[in-house]
Structure formats: structure tokens, C-alpha cells
Design a protein around this ligand. Structure first.
Ligand code: S3P
Length: 187
């Protein structure tokens, strides 16, 4: 169903995709705040649902993590669709065909944050919570980019190159009613 401009309060679901470190969570949170809608982060939802870290889940096998991630995605899309919402996904969500189909079906916009390898390496260099980067972040990120680029590309309705951009708020983003903040039901 297409959106028309005379329906400003219609449902809007925005899904962010992209590699680890591309900024999905921080951009998503800011976008949701600016739009005053709920924010959902599939990695956080997996952690909340399982009470385990991504690293602990990967220790049980990547497929175990992907199953929990799929549940979180379905839940996030469902909840976002009930009102409006921004969904930040884990970088590997697009590797599961059913996930791609659900995103395509539910999202009004899919934003691909496309970052280059140097940026991704820099942004993922702190923290040890990304087991897929063990044993050399650059090489692993290059591999993932090779494998996933076309998936992000085919799913996205909008590609944003993050080159040289930070997710810091711009000084011109104050809104008339910006004191009203959305309830964050993501955690
Ligand atoms: C993964 C990305 C991570 C997390 C897990 C696997 C991936 O999320 O879901 O470590 O396969 O690219 P972020 O993209 O939020 O770091």
C-alpha cells in the first residue's frame, strides 16, 4: 500500500541494514528519536530474549544465533508495523532469505549504510563483542563485504554512503515539539 502525503500519521517502518560498524544502531536510535517513534535493535533483542551475549550464542554455533536473530527480527517488524518504528538489524540478517523476504514485505524503506573498509575497521576496533571479527577484523570485513554487498544492494530502497560522516546530531535538527520523546520499547 503506497503512502500518500495527506496521511502524515500513517504507519512507517524503516529498516537499517549494513555491515558491522556501519552505524545502524547509532543512526537508527537518532532517527527514531527525531521521528518520535520506537526503536528496535535486533542484537539487543536477542540479548534480552536469551540473556546471553552475541559471543556466548556464537559459541553454540552461528546457526543458533541466526535462529534467535530471526525471532527478534520478526518481533521487531511486527511491533514496528503496529505504529511506526525504526529497526536496526545485525549485519548478517540479510544472509537468511526468509529475513530478506520479511524485511521486503514489512518495510516502507530499507536504508543501507554503506561504509568503506577503513571506516568499518576503525569503528569495530573497540570492544570484543563481535566474534566474527576474531583473528583479523580487516580480512573478515572484506570477506563479508564481498559476500553481502549484493544482498544489501538488492534489498535497499536507499543507499547512504557513510564516508566521512559521523552520527553526531547536526546543529539544525531541533524540532518544534522535540521535548516529546518516544517510549523506547527495544529493551
Ligand atoms: C553480525 C553482526 C553483528 C551481530 C553478530 C553477527 C554479522 O551485529 O549480529 O556479531 O554477521 O555481521 P552488528 O552489525 O550490529 O555489529
Amino acid at each position: 500500500m503506497g503512502m500518500s502525503h495527506d496521511q502524515p500519521h500513517s504507519t512507517r517502518v524503516i529498516v537499517l541494514v549494513g555491515l558491522m560498524g556501519s552505524g545502524k544502531s547509532s543512526v537508527g536510535r537518532r532517527l527514531a528519536n527525531a521521528m518520535r517513534v520506537n526503536f528496535y535493535d535486533t542484537d539487543e533483542m536477542v540479548a534480552a530474549a536469551t540473556r546471553k551475549s552475541v559471543r556466548e550464542l556464537f559459541a553454540e554455533g552461528e546457526s543458533a544465533f541466526r535462529l534467535h536473530e530471526r525471532d527478534a527480527l520478526i518481533d521487531a517488524l511486527e511491533r514496528a508495523s503496529q505504529g511506526s518504528g525504526v529497526v536496526a538489524t545485525g549485519g548478517g540478517v540479510v544472509t537468511i532469505p526468509e529475513n530478506r523476504a520479511d524485511i521486503e514485505h514489512r518495510a516502507d524503506a530499507v536504508v543501507w549504510l554503506d561504509a568503506d573498509i577503513d571506516e568499518l575497521v576503525a569503528r569495530t576496533s573497540s570492544g570484543t563483542h563481535r566474534p566474527l571479527l576474531d583473528g583479523g577484523a580487516r580480512g573478515k570485513l572484506e570477506e563479508m563485504q564481498q559476500e553481502r554487498r549484493s544482498l544489501y544492494e538488492s534489498l535497499a530502497t536507499l543507499r547512504v554512503s557513510t564516508k566521512g560522516r559521523s552520527s553526531l546530531p547536526s546543529p539544525n535538527t531541533s524540532w518544534p515539539n522535540s521535548d516529546r520523546s518516544p517510549d523506547d520499547s527495544s529493551s
